[in-house]
Design a protein around this ligand. Sequence first.
Ligand code: ADP
Length: 514
Amino acid sequence: MKRRAGESKAPVHPRGHRPVDNGARQSASEPREMEEQHAVTMLETIPDAVMNLDESFRVLYANKEAERALEKKRAAIMGGVLWETVPRTGGGKFEKEVRRSVGQGKSAEFEGPFVREGEHYQFLISPCESGAMVFIREETEKRRLRHALQESEAWKRLIVDSVKEFAIFSMDPTGRITLWNPGAEQMFGYTAKEMLGQRSDIIFVPEDREARMPAKELAEARERKHAKDERWHVRKDGTRFFVSGAVVPLYDGGGKLVGYTKVARDITKQKTAKDQLEEEVGKRTAELQKTVSELEAFSYSISHDLRAPLRSMRSFAQILVRTTRDKLDPKAADYLDRIMAGAERLDRLIQDVLTYSRVGRGNMELEPVELENLVRTIIREHPSLEAAQGRIILKEPLHNVRAHKASLSQCISNLLTNAVKFIPPGRTPRVQVRTEANNSIVRLWVEDNGIGIPEIHRERIFGMFQRTPEAEKYEGTGIGLAIVRRAVEAMGGHAGVESEPGQGSRFWVELPAA
Ligand code: ADP
């Protein structure tokens, strides 16, 4: 380094970089030395790269920021000529302009892609006693970003250190702890000193440790960019507590894995409350289910037991008619017919109630059902539909559905029976069966040209024993559609109706496509 010691043109030097140590400590009390020390301290703290040059543009002093900006140690910077020390100054032109402005005792500003490729710098050269001062400032946006980063680092530290409700800890790529915040100390009972450099295994319960959960968690974080978990952990004192946590992998600018950070929260209280609630709900549901099945068994046996005396009433009435009709006066014969019709009607009612209590009960396993086949079989085998054969048109192809076959069969036969039943006198029934498929849902339509249903009744008729006034002239129990809705909903579907009173109804059933 070229310097004329003892000259009046005193350069500024950083501490420890005084070229000649001629008793600096003692002379620091002198006003000029004090001033110099202050100047150096200030230069060391400002965020610009600062260099002090001698008259031949050699570096006498470079501050800490200059080391960072030029990516060189001070020893390598000092003594070098400005245009050789600062890369990418562009050679002769820069040198000429610097020499000229310093020679004229004027400051000069330059701006350009100095120092590193792709970056932008501002240069200020200002003549001073010793030669010149050089200030190099990174382009503003970069500085802003860097400061924002420094600030966010400071925030991060503040958060990590002050947050006590959350355990925050980091691990290196091999899973060893590199950071353990006070929240983690409090939650797990281990101090940072105990944990730094260790694996996180000891905070896992033995079952999870055996299942290699600590490593699995990190692998999942790498694969899916984060891993969330809720599991039991164990404290230093052996007590267990329930933790909700999330791990994120950390990568450097080049995409290399540099470690992981985990944030965890003790949710034992919530977990215990939830478990208690679930237990309570489970208990109540079980009680309710028991009551429901008792009721179902009861209604089933009542319906069943009711049919036996009914059957004997019908049988004896029939015998009476058969054996004594000739001897009976017409009035008595009419009464007997009414008794038999009443018994028959009651029997149908009981049968329908039985069917209703049976559908949707127990495990409704769904399977693919070939709808076309099923509808044809129902038409062929159902007594009341057989007569209407030929008047029921299948608009092929019918889409297949996923359903409980017996329940679906019950639904379709109820809809078809109604479709051919609720026809005004003198009108020939015309029924169309078709399907529509939409987003893996199949809608089955049963359309008739019957009496139709006034709007106010369209929802009601799916309830038990609900009939429209218009239906009074037709046989029925008012249970058929209740069975349809109950069965369809038990299969995860829906049922409904559209209608033009006097002209016909369109009943529909929606089920998953097969
Ligand atoms: P039921 O047919 O035994 O009366 P449902 O539960 O099958 O009982 O039907 C309930 C009521 O809905 C019927 O009484 C009738 O009023 C009306 N309904 C059902 N299907 C039709 C239809 N296709 N056309 C007109 N009304 C209908």
